[in-house]
Design a binder for this molecule. Structure first.
Ligand SMILES: [Ca+2]
Ligand SMILES: [Ca+2]
Length: 138
């Protein structure tokens, strides 16, 4: 009985440790939809790709973002990434992560005002970022 209690207690400690990691709020990351464009508009019905960059900052190394886990859209749950590249998009000397996402996969509706990116790092930490956008061609 004593041994059983000890084993149970140990299990509870391990479980609490992994729950703490899972329950941490997502890291906030800086994204830039259509880098270079000041006022970003999306045509919901358009064929083609939307470029979105996850910027590397002192708080976040975009190279650690796992592209397999990234989802993009108004809820940050819609489109998976078509292509991901590491490149210094904002030319500040560190490597950012450039994503290409199919416009239609994002399920943007007319009047939508935000694009969210969610995902996990290669070591399992959730992150999210968002940017205000407009829609056109509606
Ligand atoms: Ca940077
Ligand atoms: Ca950079």
């Amino acid at each position: 009985m004593h041994v059983h209690c000890f084993a149970g207690g140990l299990f509870a400690i391990v479980a609490a440790g992994s729950m703490t990691l899972a329950m941490q709020p997502p890291l906030k990351v800086a994204i830039d939809v259509k880098p270079g464009d000041e006022k970003v508009t999306i045509e919901p019905g358009r064929e083609g790709m939307l470029p979105i960059v996850i910027l590397t900052t002192p708080q976040f190394d975009a190279a650690t973002a796992d592209p397999e886990t990234i989802l993009v859209g108004p809820q940050g749950k819609e489109a998976s990434v078509f292509r991901s590249m590491l490149e210094d998009i904002d030319r500040d000397g560190d490597v950012d992560r450039m994503l290409l996402v199919r416009v239609r996969d994002m399920q943007v509706t007319c009047g939508n005002q935000i694009i969210r990116v969610t995902g996990k790092t290669i070591d399992g930490r959730a992150f999210e970022g968002s940017e205000a956008v407009g829609t056109a061609g509606c």
